[in-house]
Design a binder for this molecule. Structure first.
Ligand code: NIG
Ligand code: FE
Length: 402
């Protein structure tokens, strides 16, 4: 994805990741980055010299979409669990009976690296097909040193072989593996003393995540993971306040987390902690939808305290087997009552912030990577309003049609 060509997109309706421009714009790309932007009314013929010009014909241009939270590398699938839930079993019941995350762990451990790569590829391609240009991928279904690293290697390889930016996150503290039954502290030690150092040394992880919940790890255990991650120079994030309020979001924010994700049970103190730390609140309406949750994240409080809201698929085999960010735009509006523009910021500027990549991607602004999408509409709200449309017309990564 290294380019040198200079291209100029003309006549684009621009949503730049935060706002919509008042008039049609020209967007210049040099060496894979955005060089400058100008209203069409101010463009003169000199501006165009040396550029290959592409007429956007009044189409909507947005930054390439960012899916800042996925678990799309995994073995097997959980269609059977989906059926069990339809017969009345809850996610927690299934998890406690050795199903749920642990059943995916068995299948992931049994899969080779090539098998995991081949099964993950179409999931990633599905995300790309509706506009994703940056995708975060977590481990968390290996739950031992070799298998966690195996998952991260698959994620890195996806980023190398497909035209999409992949960011990787070590989620060793996702669930307690059977070998450590009744010894959660012992397992946390393994995460801190072996997984984090190895993932950091091999350059396999950009960040470290945890699942802070009654069915997973305590706040104190998550804090130990954060300390180890930071000691190895890795960013931190958390699955927090998804099923109950343990105070995991505030703890993550105090530790300097980039984002806390799910947060249906977040309270006002938690929201304040995010605001003070500059931590992003990541909304995952797919999991909320699939689990038929009724408790909505505290959107009004997040607005009041000006906490940036990111939006992601949480693509995973259990709680969100959904591989479409555009569907998330709709769900964020219909289920969580975000405005379409808030939802769009969630998969662009704020999604980038949730990954610490705001200086690189997520906005159409000079100096940033030339990652963007052209859509068969003129109105940004239509991206959230309609499911299945508007069509993606062009997906550009580093200034190249991908
Ligand atoms: O983000 N909350 C924990 N982890 C995932 C679920 C993973 C699974 O069920 O396999 C989530 O929802
Ligand atoms: Fe998740």
């Amino acid at each position: 994805m290294i380019q040198s060509s200079s291209r100029l997109w003309l006549n684009a309706i621009l949503f730049d990741g935060l706002n919509t421009a008042a008039e049609p714009m020209a967007v210049a790309v040099q060496q894979g980055r955005i060089a400058w932007l100008k209203p069409m009314s101010e463009l003169n013929t000199d501006d165009q010299s040396g550029f290959e010009c592409i007429d956007a014909q009044g189409a909507l241009m947005t930054p390439g979409l960012i899916d800042c939270h996925t678990h799309l590398v995994f073995g097997g699938n959980r269609a059977g669990e989906f059926e069990a839930r339809l017969e009345g079993k809850s996610y927690e019941e299934i998890a406690r009976a050795g199903g749920g995350i642990i059943s995916t762990v068995r299948a992931t451990r049994a899969a080779t690296e090539d098998e995991l790569f081949e099964s993950a590829k179409p999931r990633l391609q599905a995300l790309m097909a509706d506009g994703a240009t940056t995708v975060e991928i977590k481990s968390g279904y290996g739950l031992d040193l070799d298998n966690e690293l195996k998952m991260l290697r698959v994620a890195r390889r996806l980023g190398r072989e497909l035209p999409v930016r992949v960011v990787t996150t070590l989620l060793g503290a996702h669930a307690l593996p059977p070998e450590y039954k009744d010894d959660a502290d012992g397992y946390i030690e393994l995460v801190c003393n072996q997984m984090i150092p190895a993932a950091a040394a091999e350059g396999l992880a950009d960040a470290v995540d945890v699942f802070c919940e009654n069915i997973a790890f305590s706040v104190a255990q998550c804090e130990r993971v954060y300390t180890a991650a930071k000691a190895h120079g890795l960013a931190i994030k958390g699955h927090t306040e998804q099923l109950s309020n343990l105070g995991g979001s505030a703890a993550a924010a105090r530790a300097g987390a980039l984002s806390v994700d799910h947060i249906e049970y977040l309270d006002e103190d938690g929201v304040k902690a995010l605001a003070e730390a500059g931590t992003v609140a990541t909304l995952l309406p797919g999991a909320f939808f699939i689990l038929r949750e009724t408790r909505v994240p505290p959107i009004e409080l997040l607005r009041r305290y000006r906490v940036p809201m990111a939006l992601a698929t949480d693509a995973n085999p259990g709680t969100s087997p959904i591989f479409s960010l555009k569907l998330m735009l709709n769900m964020a509006c219909t289920l969580f009552r975000l405005t379409p523009i808030e939802a769009l910021r969630g998969v662009t500027a704020h999604g980038a912030r949730a990954l610490g990549l705001q200086a690189e991607v997520g906005r159409i602004a000079p100096g940033l990577q030339a990652d963007f999408c052209l859509w068969d509409t003129t109105n940004p709200a239509e991206l959230a309003y309609s499911v299945g449309l508007p069509r993606l017309v062009q997906r550009i990564v580093s200034g190249e049609l991908a």
